[in-house]
Design a protein around this ligand. Structure first.
Ligand code: NAP
Length: 369
């Protein structure tokens, strides 16, 4: 029989972030088991899109051969309602860790939460989808007492969401949030329009970013601005704005109209040099003012305005001076006055993203025990 303090962990998604998370979970589990007052955590379920490995009688799975056990598992994959049924019947509290970017899994959060299953996740889909889903998630959690944390859904492991929640919950007045929210866009603009030197041609920088693994397989999935719009939706909602969806405010796409419907990412990259003059003009216009161009998101809380797109910044501005693929997020508030509270650092990568997820899990464990 599990003790009332024990917690079962179920993990959906074992890709870049999921693998790092499972390794961090093993370390956390060892550290907790060394302390008699801490809860015991047992991994009981792990799945990928077509594979599942779980313990039908809720005994702990072994971490040692987890990847192989999942690969070789012949257990029949469970549909989401069956996963909820299985976890809801567990003889201890359960935390679901969603390491996918699946909309279907995100749409099921209210059901998981209504069944008392807490959630931690880096998946943006649930919190940046329809406003109704957002309301359903937090209403279900409030009703059942289950917890839901999603620090890594904005800025990966950077403490962006926890900071914003602290500002709001302690009664500060957040007036504006502004920043570079995409590692891909950060890398692209830091090399296309550096604060020193002239930078390369736009299409060459996009190609280089793809070769170095900074973009999605089809770079248009980064250049359309939707990923940044999703992050802005989450922050705007936490700041108290009722944003309907990530397409309900102005989002500037950097995909030339003519290339929106070309069949593949490769064809897009092949044709992109024909449109270099558009981005070059923007860069030169900024340079004439002694500035550089950056792809930013901003939320003006008082005016209830959210927008995503290109802006010009003085070369000495913290947003202009960003390096590599770092993110930067500035919170302007009444308490902080003219100098914003700034969070900066790696906004992507398996280990740092998983750290945000593991940190959230620790918070949930503290609140459940
Ligand atoms: N990578 C980063 O730097 C980063 C930063 C911040 C946030 N995030 C977020 O973290 C999440 C994971 O990112 P990632 O880079 O790890 O993605 P990934 O490498 O593509 O891994 C996704 C995993 O989810 C599994 N999966 C997808 N749909 C599923 C479903 N319906 N049921 C079960 N498993 C499913 C995939 O299964 P298969 O193995 O079978 O394909 C894969 O194991 C995403 O929401 C992403 O936006 C990532």
């Amino acid at each position: 029989m599990p003790s009332p303090k024990d917690v079962y962990i179920a993990v959906i998604g074992a890709g870049g972030v999921g693998k790092c998370f499972l390794s961090q979970l093993e370390g956390l589990s060892k550290r907790l088991s060394a302390s008699p007052r801490s809860p015991k955590i047992s991994l009981i379920f792990v799945s990928r899109s077509k594979k599942v490995h779980y313990s039908q009688n809720y005994t702990a799975l072994s971490y040692g051969d987890l990847a192989t056990s999942l690969d070789k598992s012949s257990q029949e994959p469970l549909a989401l309602p069956k996963i909820i049924e299985f976890l809801a019947a567990a003889p201890a509290k359960v935390v679901l860790v969603d390491n996918t970017s699946s909309q279907d899994v995100a749409d099921s959060y209210p059901s998981f939460l209504s069944n008392g299953i807490s959630i931690v996740t880096p998946n943006k889909k649930a919190f940046s989808g329809s406003y109704k889903l957002w309301q359903d998630i937090f209403a279900s959690a409030a009703e059942s007492g289950a917890k839901v944390y999603h620090e890594s859904s904005v800025g990966a492991g950077l403490p962006v969401i926890s900071t914003l929640k602290d500002l709001v919950e302690t009664g500060d007045e957040v007036t504006k949030i502004e920043g570079v929210f995409s590692g891909t866009m950060s890398f692209l603009f830091n090399s296309f329009a550096p604060t020193e030197g002239s930078g390369g041609k736009w299409s060459a920088e996009v190609k280089k970013a793809k070769e170095l693994g900074y973009t999605e397989p089809d770079p248009r999935d980064d250049l359309n601005g939707l990923d940044v719009a999703r992050k802005l939706t989450i922050l705007a909602r936490l700041a108290g704005l009722q944003v309907e969806s990530p397409t309900s405010f102005p989002v500037q796409s950097l995909i030339p109209k003519e290339l929106e419907s070309v069949a593949s990412g490769d064809e897009f990259l092949q044709k992109l040099p024909e449109f270099d003059s558009q981005m070059e003009e923007t860069k030169v216009a900024a340079e004439k003012e002694g500035k550089v161009v950056r792809f930013v998101g901003s939320i003006d809380v008082a005016k209830k305005e959210v927008k995503v797109g290109l802006e010009k910044f003085d070369r000495s501005h913290p947003i202009a001076a960003l390096k590599g693929s770092d993110n930067i997020i500035s919170f302007y508030t009444k308490r902080y006055g003219a100098n914003p509270l700034i969070i900066q650092g790696a906004g992507a990568g398996g280990e740092v993203t998983a750290m945000g997820v593991t940190g959230d899990l620790i918070k949930v464990l503290e609140r459940l025990s």
